[in-house]
Design a protein around this ligand. Structure first.
Ligand code: NDP
Length: 480
């Protein structure tokens, strides 16, 4: 099967007519071909988006909302097909695609389709003057997304951009392009006017960089690695583009002795290994108060060993394959590094799991737990983005906070304690954009989402996203 770009309302071949192999990471086999597009395809997409902008931006919010709701309904109707496509592309358990990824794509469209109906402008009164602020769409915007939650994060960007009246040139990760391709088909069925959304497939250093550098693209919303974010900022900042960068993380899980231990074990195992640890919000560094350290480690290992790593199509799978061969090799190299740094592997490691005949060439990693490292070694400072966690003891609250804040990242974290005052105090002290107390990955789409430090700039979600995708203008009128 050959995927196609979606440009000006049509599914088209890349101008180069070249294609990239698309590998199913659970089997290691090529199962489809991705357009190897370049700056010429991006140029066509930008022109189509520019031409569509007048029509789309002048539609009423209700009209735009209705079309986005149609798209949401179609995603929901095609949930099983999209979930299977996501699993074949990414390696994640099918039950996760069905329960999380695709329903969240539906929610993203519904949330922003209805949010835009309530997105009011402000006015400020002075004794003899009235200020009112309008918010207009920016024009053509670029959305670039990663492979870990493919349709989920793709729609998290394009839904607010479209709801606010922009036209979009989007690039999904070339590692997981399938659901973005299927979404193009659904957008045609939903009656989205030609050119409003354009999806250009291909490599980041060709398509992504052409989107970033294009002078007619007014803003870039990017989710991906910190290095790529730096490169995008280097190119886009001198052009004064608006930038929203959601980047890497190395999130801390802080477990205090007064936590509810059973619940904490259950939830922190999920927070460590969900989606094979390939969620930017996963807690990869666990710090445990010394008085419960031994019992925590014992129970955490026991619970982790019960996780089933198998064919993602198998209902029993808790973990499927990691996303690609290069990523598999990167994860294994970090496990080896941890050993070189003096870490002790309590379970998992570089042994290849036995899965089944279909998956014998797939990229599977057992959930891996490492102890005996200090908070400042490379294993604990660099993003691994796989099913690998470290556990370290701490002696007091100050030390826990210092360890949590010791990396260049500041995306998310979780705190486990029954002491409410401590929960507030520690949450305020941690340098992260998102903190959960006695829970993990509870998402309310109205809340600001994003990181501090090298985890990015800007916030997504709720009004933040609609503000990002609009330009404010203040008009001041003399009243007397
Ligand atoms: P990358 O940064 O490698 O890629 C992200 C996207 O950018 C892909 O579509 C990629 O294309 C594209 N890209 C690559 N190079 C360029 C370039 N020079 N200019 C423009 N675009 C480019 O990240 P991954 O896909 O590997 O995703 C994993 C990373 O994403 C992790 O670091 C993770 O922490 C982060 N992430 C952050 C989240 C957050 O909300 N903060 C959420 C989810 C993930 P291609 O695939 O072809 O390389």
């Amino acid at each position: 099967m050959k995927l196609q770009n979606y440009i000006n309302g049509q599914l088209v071949e890349p101008i180069s007519q070249n294609y990239i192999d698309n590998v199913n990471p659970a089997t290691g086999e090529v199962y489809s071909y991705i357009p190897d597009s370049d700056e010429r395809d991006v140029e066509k997409a930008v022109q189509a988006a520019k031409n569509a902008f007048k029509l789309w931006s002048r539609k009423s919010a209700q009209e735009r909302s209705q079309i986005l709701l149609n798209i949401a309904d179609l995603i929901e109707k095609n949930l099983d097909r999209l979930a299977l496509a996501e699993t074949n592309d990414n390696g994640k358990p099918l039950k996760l695609s069905k329960k999380v990824d695709i329903p969240r794509a539906v929610e993203n469209f519904r949330f922003f389709a209805t949010a835009i109906l309530h997105f009011a402008s402000e006015s400020h009164h002075q004794p003899h003057f009235l200020n009112y602020t309008t918010r207009s769409p920016l024009g053509v915007v670029g959305c670039i997304s990663p492979w870990n939650l493919p349709l989920y994060l793709f729609t998290w960007k394009i839904a607010p951009a479209l709801a606010a009246g922009n036209c979009v040139v989007a690039k999904p990760s070339e590692v997981t392009p399938m659901t973005a391709y299927l979404l193009s088909e659904l957008c045609i069925q939903a009656g989205l006017p030609a050119g409003v959304l354009n999806v250009v497939h291909g490599y980041g250093n060709k398509v992504g960089s052409a989107i970033t550098a294009h002078s007619d693209i007014k803003a870039i919303s990017f989710t991906g690695g910190t290095k790529t974010g730096q490169e995008i900022a280097r190119v886009a900042a001198p052009m004064f583009k608006k930038l929203s960068l959601e980047l890497g993380g190395k999130n801390a899980t802080l477990v205090f002795a007064d936590c509810n231990l059973e619940r904490t074990i259950n939830e922190t195992v999920t927070a460590s290994f969900a989606n094979q640890g390939q969620i930017c919000l996963c807690g990869s560094r666990i710090f445990v108060e010394r008085s419960i350290y031994d019992v925590f480690v014992e129970k955490f290992v026991e619970r982790t060993k019960k996780l089933v790593v198998t064919d993602p199509l198998d209902e029993k799978a808790n973990l499927g394959a990691v996303v690609s061969k290069p990523h598999y090799e990167k994860i294994l190299s970090y496990i080896q590094l941890a050993e070189q740094e003096g870490g002790k592997i309590l379970c998992g490691g570089t042994t290849k799991p036995i899965v089944n005949e279909r998956c014998k060439k797939g990229y599977f990693v057992y959930p891996t737990i490492i102890i005996g490292l200090n908070a400042y070694c490379r294993t604990n400072q660099e993003e691994i983005f796989g099913p690998v966690v470290t556990i370290q003891p701490f002696d007091n609250e100050e030390e826990a906070i210092e360890y949590a804040n010791s990396t260049q990242y500041g995306l998310a974290g979780s705190i486990w304690t029954e002491n409410l005052t401590r929960a507030h105090r520690v949450a305020h002290a941690i340098e992260s954009g998102i903190l959960w107390v006695n829970c993990w990955l509870v998402r309310d789409l109205r809340t600001p989402f994003g990181g501090m430090k090298q985890s990015g700039i800007g916030r997504e979600g709720g009004w933040e996203a609609l503000r990002f995708f609009t330009e404010p203008k203040n008009i001041c009128i003399q009243l007397s």
